[in-house]
Write a protein that binds this ligand. Sequence first.
Ligand SMILES: O=C(O)CCC(=O)N[C@@H](C(=O)O)c1ccccc1
Length: 368
Amino acid sequence: MKLTGVELRHVRMPLVAPFRTSFGTSTSRDVLLLRAVTAEAEGWGECVAMADPLYSSEYIGAATDVLTRFLVPALGAVEHLDANAVGPALSGYKGHRMAKAALELAILDAELRAAGRPLARELGAVRDRVPCGVSVGIMGSIGELLDAVAGYVAAGYVRIKLKIEPGWDVEPVRAVRERFGDGLLLQVDANTAYALADARHLSRLDPFDLLLIEQPLDEDDLLGHAALARLIRTPICLDESITSARTAVAAITLGACEIVNIKAGRVGGYLEARRIHDACMAHGVPVWCGGMLETGIGRAANVALAALPGFTLPGDTSASDRFYRTDLTAPFVLADGHLAVPTGPGLGVEPLPDVSPRSPPKLPGYRS
Ligand SMILES: O=C(O)CCC(=O)N[C@@H](C(=O)O)c1ccccc1
């Protein structure tokens, strides 16, 4: 294939409710969509970077700039382009994994649409539907939290993830356990909000039989997580720390984690995500598919990824209505706690016709 054009679309998606994490509260999700045009087919990608560099160093303004000035021109120069050629063609540019992942997905989608092959089969999926967890933000009160969890349990979600931070951790977990019992699959996500000195406090979560505690310490603190793992019983899962198959193996080898959250955007794309899956399987480490409030475009790719054999824990692959009243694609709808894996060529979904770029947010480095 030859890349003949790329369109970047900034879309602002209002959230159905404010979503609070240890790094802030969001009421909307800025989304950077990418459309790749080739003679054979068009393909779609979604950059999971947020509007501000709060989850990671990436943010939409930087992704827009690096795609426009460096990454798209680099791919435009490749005569025989396919998804496997994207990583090598962009390897000279450091970082910007979320920007690279969006571009690689669009090329992969175009390649697979042209060949009539579904993404799930290309990646090695072994299931036609995936069990779905849901991420629950930090709330204003325990009562509000219990009402939210009750709604998700009633909707059929098979696993609940609670965002935690110092001051909102043991009590919310205790309340959910007491209300919903020991049978509920329950985990927590700290988004780097703690320090190793909090080990004794975090060990107070041990009696609640959590599946895992996600990323309690800083992204680059593998040794700290390894030390923490010796001080608490709850299994440690890493998210922000895992940026490649190499860092996944390093984290596992150091004893920094027993479980890995795979987010294709964070690691540079779905092909690297598969390599991390394969490496974790080789080490007997279970993985699950993380979420970044993707629209149906990224959600379709995540559901395909979550159907691989090593994804043995429910992921943050929620239905579209978890975050959005109206999705950019036909909505993903929960059925018996699962989402069906798309079966069409490529992503198997595409933006609904009326998805037009709304007035783009005035982001530094934005080019129309
Ligand atoms: O279900 C989803 O898409 C959201 C899952 C979720 O909680 N994502 C968290 C995370 O740290 O994993 C997040 C939220 C906002 C922005 C970035 C990441």
